[in-house]
Design a protein around this ligand. Structure first.
Ligand code: GLP
Length: 241
């Protein structure tokens, strides 16, 4: 795992965006695995700015998001589909038909997950997977567990994740209790993985990911087995490493 240490969130965002921009420049038809949450927002802003300056063409790019809340449709402002449309897809020249997010409106979990796996397999998985990390070491919505879940699956969110994500909802009661998430296999099949982390709340998870045992109790620790991972993290997130 290569580690790029940055002074703060802004510098982290610039570095993450630069790697994604380079990926698209080198391979215009790149398949990108994308993440939601506060962490990638700054990088998405940088990518939008680069596009507006004429420096970045998304016309051949396709995207596959990590996860979605079960029970939310794409027009719900709390859904991850809405987040991606708002912060990236509507602001660049990407073909929206080439942007993929698990279908949270499909309450048939088995069907929703199987169809996302079929899509990922047909795509040959992604060239670059962008990840944030949860305070408890989750990636996507792969929560700490007794085993690594390989395929796309429906998860019961942990109390710690519900609590962490409740800042984006009116109250913790409004946070959906379940989500569909890409499994560990599709993440590990990405040709390159870029993990972004910022702030002291992530420090313990970052330490466990980089230096701890490879264990499903810290799902991000599996990344120690991936041959091409770049961790871009600020001083605070790296404060325990
Ligand atoms: C969320 C998402 C993850 C994200 C993580 C961290 O629950 N499912 O994909 O990486 O938690 O979020 P944030 O970047 O807001 O700290």
């Amino acid at each position: 795992m290569r580690i790029i240490r940055t002074a703060n969130y802004e510098e982290m965002s610039v570095r993450v965006a630069a790697i994604i921009a380079a990926q698209i420049t080198l391979k215009p038809a790149s398949k990108l695995g994308l993440a939601t949450g506060s962490t990638p927002l700054g990088a998405y802003r940088e990518l939008v700015a680069a596009h507006r300056e004429g420096a970045l063409d998304f016309s051949q790019v396709s995207t596959y998001n990590l996860d979605e809340y079960r029970g939310l449709s794409g027009d719900d402002p709390q859904s991850y589909r809405y987040f991606m449309d708002e912060h990236l897809f509507s602001q660049v020249n990407i073909d929206r038909a080439q942007t993929h997010v698990p279908d949270g409106s499909n309450l048939d979990a088995a069907e929703a997950c199987a169809s996302y796996d079929r899509l990922l397999e047909a795509a040959g998985y992604v060239d670059l997977q962008l990840l944030g990390i949860g305070n408890n070491g989750h990636i996507g919505f792969n929560e700490p567990d007794d085993c690594f879940a390989t395929g796309t699956h429906c998860v019961d969110l942990t109390e710690s994740t519900i609590e962490a994500n409740s800042r984006l909802f009116e109250s913790p009661d409004d946070v959906p209790r379940q989500a569909y998430t890409m499994g560990i296999q599709a993440i590990m099949f990405a040709r390159r993985v870029v993990v972004a982390a910022s702030g002291t709340k992530k420090a313990e998870a970052v330490r466990a990911m980089c230096e701890g045992l490879v264990t499903p109790s810290c799902p991000a620790s599996i990344l120690q087995l991936h041959p091409d991972v770049i961790l871009i993290a600020d001083e605070e997130a790296l404060s325990l490493c």
